[in-house]
Ligand binder design. Sequence first.
Ligand code: ZN
Length: 97
Amino acid sequence: MSIQNLRATFGPNCHWCGLPMDFAEPRDRPESATIEHLNDATLGSVRKQKHRRLAHAVCNHTRNALRLDAERRFQRWVEDRVAAARTGTGTGTGPAG
Ligand SMILES: [Zn+2]
């Protein structure tokens, strides 16, 4: 499904912020319309067309960056938790730091 098809189906506004998107070519600006995959491969699900929506490039990129950052922080927290359990220090509850 193309950007034009998605625009016809879901309208010209961003899925995340609801503000109008820029559909002019080339779509390389922060306000440009990009395809957002609501079901990511990181969630273990297959990408399906019905889960595609349009979002600003900046909204799409920011969401991905923050999700990646959150995942890294969570991974560090898990490592700290495991390390604390092995050494018998710490409570193992709550985010570190
Ligand atoms: Zn947006």
